[in-house]
Design a protein around this ligand. Sequence first.
Ligand code: FAD
Length: 460
Amino acid sequence: MQEFDYDLFVIGAGSGGVRAARIAASHGARVAIAEEYRVGGTCVIRGCVPKKILVYASRFADDFEDAAGFGWSLERPKFDWPTLIAAKDNELARLEGAYRATLDKFHVELVMERATVSGPNEVKLAQSGRIVSAKIILIATGGRPNIDPKLPGIEHVITSNEAFHLKEMPRRVVIAGGGYIAVEFASIFNGLGADVTLIYRGGKILRGFDEDLRDALTAAMTKRGIRIVASQVFTKIEKTGGGLVGYSTTGEALTADAIMFAIGRSPNTAGLGLEAAGVKLDGEGAVVVDGASQSSVPSIYAVGDVTNRVNLTPVAIREGHAFADTVFGNKHWSVDYSTIPTAVFATPEIGTVGFTEHEARAQFGEVDIYKGSFRPMKAILAGRDERMLMKLIVERKSDRVVGVHVFGPDAAEIVQMAAIALRMGATKADFDQTMALHPSAGEELVTLREKWVAPGEAAG
Ligand code: FAD
């Protein structure tokens, strides 16, 4: 039998790579993992975690405002961006340390340099020039933010990567994009007091989400002072004495201290040597894999965003875990992609799981819709004129709940729990028979009784 330096060499110490490395090692494999930037990957270093910290920071503005309705009087609160960024960086350093400690505990060798594939069983380390062999190679290199490289003035823009490290809080921000990262950053900067404009190619933000949620968030963001410029893109960006100026398709000049692009992400495969090694990539550069995360080269696997399946941390982690158990632990399982809950941490936030109304109608034909819209209890005394929205989508034939969509405070927390019910195949009758927890917002999900009837449609 051929001898290799390692049983497994992982490229990329992010969500998927670290999980795969440590599980494979726990099964007795000799594992190394290469990382070119920081251990923890996008989620920990420049994604979910720092973003949620900024989201928390931005929401204190509402809390200060709302407190007055409950008898509190506060001096005018002041916000200091460098203090927030330093606190965030401390927390990231702590988390990175925890990731390193885990790898260490499982005797995974950490190689802090860029790695590329130089053959089906060979990895080249860029800095040291070392070539190592491995029985199995796992590509877990994640994704990177897209920009429009041909746009004049593109050198002046930032992406989410840089947004976390700005020296000063920009007072005027223009964000290009309408996906979840774009709207989250719009809410962050809005909450922290900036003047925010979102410019978006499509007609409506959050493509792929339920229409009611898209409309509700658009209305709430607009009411909070975020300007949404739909069906427009930038034609050029200029740096002037008064700041950056982005020109839209209609010729409107949008002036800002920072212009951020959040127009999607692409798999990180450029220059990785995959095609030369025979690994098939799709049109967007993602590694093509089968249900077991195996590429067209049997010794090379890939998990996480680099495969462009569902680009979320828990999915990458689970793919890495399934891969390691299957290949090194003789425990064969694969990831179930059917009910993945997801959130948009805008303010107010969105939590969603299962089919949108549109998808459910296409998939099941006859569906029943239950909707409730109400002012959350806290908002009433606070004098905050914002409503929560809850929506259940039920397959009429089986009575199964196939979609839960929540818009408003704590939507993500509520939907995480609802996802368990959905996965178990809960019916609307199960929801109805579940005792309400009072007073809560979540109780609305088990007390929705009236079917919503679309104009012109007869109730089933
Ligand atoms: P990554 O975590 O991206 O890790 C890849 C690693 O590989 C990186 O550390 C990179 O430096 C390294 N690397 C790349 N090439 C090489 C090479 N050649 N050699 C060595 N190292 C290399 N997901 C959620 O679930 N919830 C959220 O709220 C959420 N928010 C997000 C917010 C933002 C702003 C962004 C950008 C992403 C967010 N995501 C969120 C997505 C989430 O971060 C990713 O889905 C997840 O990190 C994917 O994990 P991964 O293991 O595939 O790759």
